[in-house]
Design a protein around this ligand. Structure first.
Ligand SMILES: Nc1ncnc2c1ncn2[C@@H]1O[C@H](COP(=O)(O)OP(=O)(O)OP(=O)(O)O)[C@@H](O)[C@H]1O
Length: 340
């Protein structure tokens, strides 16, 4: 799958001060997913992660830009062909399985539904496929007649994953698949996704605001900020070796096994996607920002082939998190008014 230069503009939900307000949810975002690859997408709330995922999976039409499946533009296909491609080749697992599953259908019907919709197999083959799917995600067959509300959160998410896999998709997108679950079952669901990816040769896109989990799950990590992809790097480089100040700041604020939390101080929250800043959108919070950052968003620069970032003043590879904390504190002190 390849998304190229996608823009998504929504009418603002609550109609702000001006009735013509627009939300710039994606601004020229591109992302290619190779077969069998796991790509993590990180960024704070509102940065456009879910919108990019929805564009990638063909459920959100970009305002401009293209989405291609095996080289064919999804939105240039006849509607019937697009529905079949999206319904059978691409699967999505959502954040909250409690709302993603039809509460009135027993589990075996939830899992049979995609097979019915796409006319797969005889009734006996469909029943067999439902049994296979339950086993695949580690659900006992005895749960087949239960309703979603009679299962635990973790079991419900297993059902949602099984449903997404029913038609043997080549790409599965998991959008914050564990954030609605108890901490105790999160690791089980993440391990299940990794195991399924290996066994079925799936490509996986894993969306999360938790950069540590994304790093563990992924081959490649994509950082988003206010509708833009600002960095793409191999997972092994995303932490201490990230070059975009925003990726380093995200990493510095999450606990890791081998390092203490040492948050790089940023100024304020993510700005509104209704009126994004000019130039680089991160400049209003970045300790390195100057006039160049207000004037333009730079193109991608490349390190070692597969590590790309868009920044006028990238972090030096040798800078530790502690160095960056000091730099950010000094920059802040220099711009704060003198105390009276
Ligand atoms: N249907 C919609 N109508 C209006 N605005 C929307 C719509 N969907 C998303 N947005 C806005 O688009 C921007 C990007 O939202 P998106 O959900 O893609 O971000 P996100 O990074 O996935 O956030 P979160 O981590 O909170 O899910 C946000 O400002 C959001 O409020």
């Amino acid at each position: 799958m390849a998304v190229t230069d996608a823009h998504v503009v929504f009418p603002a939900r609550s109609g702000g001060l001006f009735r013509r307000d627009r939300v710039y949810a994606l601004t020229g975002a591109s992302l290619t997913i190779a077969p069998g690859e796991t790509v993590g997408v990180v960024g704070e709330s509102g940065c456009g992660k879910s919108t990019l995922a929805r564009v990638l999976i063909g459920v959100q039409r970009p305002t401009s830009g293209t989405v291609a499946h095996r080289g064919r533009d999804l939105w240039a296909m006849p509607a019937g062909e697009r529905r079949v491609t999206v319904g059978t080749r691409l699967g999505m697992v959502f954040q909250d399985p409690a709302t993603a599953l039809n509460r009135r259908l027993p589990i075996h019907r939830v899992l049979r539904d995609p097979l019915d919709v796409h006319g797969r197999g005889t009734p006996a083959q469909r029943a067999e496929r439902v049994r296979e799917l339950m086993a695949l995600v580690g659900l006992p067959a005895s749960l087949a007649d239960r309703l979603p509300g009679q299962l635990s959160g973790g079991q419900r998410q297993r059902v949602a994953i099984a449903r997404a896999l029913a038609l043997e998709p080549e790409l599965l997108i998991a959008d914050e698949p564990t954030s609605a679950l108890d901490v105790s079952v999160r690791a089980q669901i993440l391990n299940l996704l990794l195991d399924l990816k290996e066994r079925l040769g799936l490509a996986l896109v894993f969306v999360s605001h938790d950069i540590q989990t994304v790093r563990r799950m992924s081959d490649r990590v994509v950082t988003m900020y206010l509708g833009r992809v600002v960095e793409e790097s191999p997972a092994a480089r995303v932490t201490e070796h990230a070059r975009h100040p925003y990726t380093r700041a995200l990493f510095s604020a999450t606990p890791g096994l081998l390092h203490p939390i040492q948050p790089i101080p940023l100024v304020g929250p993510v700005p509104s996607a209704v009126r994004p800043p000019s130039g680089c959108p991160f400049r209003t919070r970045c300790w390195k920002a100057d006039e160049a950052c207000a004037a333009s968003m730079p193109d991608f620069a490349t390190d070692e082939g597969d590590h790309r970032y868009r920044c006028h003043h990238p972090v030096a590879g040798a800078d530790s998190t502690g160095d960056l904390v000091d730099q950010a504190r000094r920059a802040r002190a220099a711009t704060s008014p003198e105390p009276a």
